[in-house]
Design a protein around this ligand. Structure first.
Ligand SMILES: *Cc1c(COP(=O)(O)O)cnc(C)c1O
Length: 393
């Protein structure tokens, strides 16, 4: 007799960390539909629709817009390995974990990488970039729009102008921003952008939407060396996603169903309404945390709506509080990374997770856990403050 493990029975969780975020039930339902072949005419139609919806969400007309079959980090890798040839000068902006990861990827691709650094929680101004652009004369500049490790929101348009004036291409990490705040690929002149299915798109991890403009495509087609990654070479992927439909790899069919439904949900709600919903829930959470004396880690004026990185109050046990949130309330929030480890909680309000039920239950639960640890605050004040924001509509 073979001893089988029991069938899967995952606990019900409310995912309010840095990702994955809550999955919309309609997305899970779509993923359970029957699998077709990856060259089936039905699937080819789904791919076309997916590309068209991705263009709307990215706000671009780029033909080379598709989903890489892997997580957000593969989107990052695809952006970098396609553009960077050994010896190419590259500038990467680093003010958190993900900027650091992009620099690592660029170095592995053989780039001559100059890192421009800012303290965690701050964002880059054009003046921060000028010296490096002047000295390095880079082929491309990489920057993270929503730094999930710090909760900081990087303005893109002014940086884009400067990067293009210096003759470089702009690569933007929109893994956490896409679907939660405006991302205007064409309007802001972004040359290459990548995202992930598991943050504000309300979809499980597994796909990485990317978009390359004509300048970036020309750069890839004009390479002197082959793209170092076979799997992520977009010139070959383009033959699969484009008219030719040349077999490249077997697409994750049911993940594509999920992302297809996730994009339908965003476009059905409307981009502006979707961003406003993220802002409203962020404002309510922020007011509730302020009533408890809890401060944001990112600088004033550049705090992300979908990722609330906040300082853990003195005397409160980081790990125990997060464990209790999970065990007693089924709520997952994130801890800090790197220099923020033990200092910061990362509360996600991403996609389907950005809703009043989540904000209010989290505040109630947090009040209970903080009170148990002897933290002083006015009971009920966080929920009242959040409700005052919701009352404004
Ligand atoms: C989550 C994240 C990534 C990596 O995405 P994975 O899906 O974990 O591979 C990259 N950049 C940012 C800003 C992220 O938040």
């Amino acid at each position: 007799m073979i001893q089988l493990p029991p069938p899967l029975n995952p606990p019900v969780r409310t995912l309010m960390g840095p990702g994955p975020s809550d999955i919309h039930p309609r997305v899970l339902e779509a993923m359970g539909k029957g699998t077709v072949g990856h060259l089936d005419p039905y699937y080819l139609r789904i791919m076309d629709e997916l590309q068209s919806m991705l263009r709307q969400v990215f706000q671009t007309r780029n033909p080379m817009t598709m989903a890489i079959s892997a997580t957000g980090s593969a989107g990052m890798e695809a952006a970098i390995v396609n553009l960077v040839e050994p010896g190419d000068p590259v500038v990467i902006c680093v003010n958190g974990v993900f900027g650091g990861r992009m620099a690592d990827v660029a170095e592995r691709a053989g780039g001559q990488v100059t890192k421009v650094e800012k303290p965690w929680g701050q964002v880059f101004t054009p003046d921060d970039l000028k010296p490096a652009l002047h000295a390095a004369r880079p082929k491309l500049v990489g920057i993270v729009m929503a730094e999930t490790s710090t909760g900081a929101s990087q303005p893109i348009p002014e940086v884009s102008q400067l990067v293009h004036d210096a003759g470089a291409m702009l690569v933007v990490d929109a893994v956490t921003s896409l679907g939660g705040m405006p991302v205007e690929v064409d309007g802001w002149g972004i040359d290459v952008i990548y995202s992930g299915s598991q943050k504000c798109l309300s979809c499980p991890p597994g796909l990485a939407p990317v978009s390359f403009n004509q300048r970036a495509v020309d750069c890839v087609l004009g390479r002197k060396t082959k793209v170092q990654s076979w799997y992520l070479d977009i010139s070959m992927l383009a033959s699969y996603w484009g008219q030719d439909r040349v077999y490249h790899h077997t697409a994750p069919i049911n993940m594509t169903y999920g992302l297809h439904e996730a994009l339908r949900l965003i476009l059905e709600e409307g981009l502006a309404a979707c961003f406003a919903r993220h802002q409203r829930n962020h404002a309510a959470l922020r007011a509730g945390l302020a009533a408890l004396g809890i401060q944001y880690a990112a600088a004033e004026g550049c705090q992300l709506p979908m990722l609330n990185a906040v300082r853990i109050p003195a005397g409160i046990d980081d790990a125990a509080t997060r464990r209790q949130l999970l065990e007693r309330f089924g709520i997952e929030i994130g801890g800090g990374l790197g220099p923020f480890k033990g200092q910061v909680w990362r509360i996600g309000l991403m996609g389907y997770a950005a809703r009043p039920a989540n904000v209010l239950v989290l505040l109630c639960a947090l009040e209970q856990l903080l009170a148990e640890q002897g933290y002083a605050f006015a009971p009920g004040s966080s929920v009242a403050a959040a409700n005052a924001v919701y009352a404004q509509g």
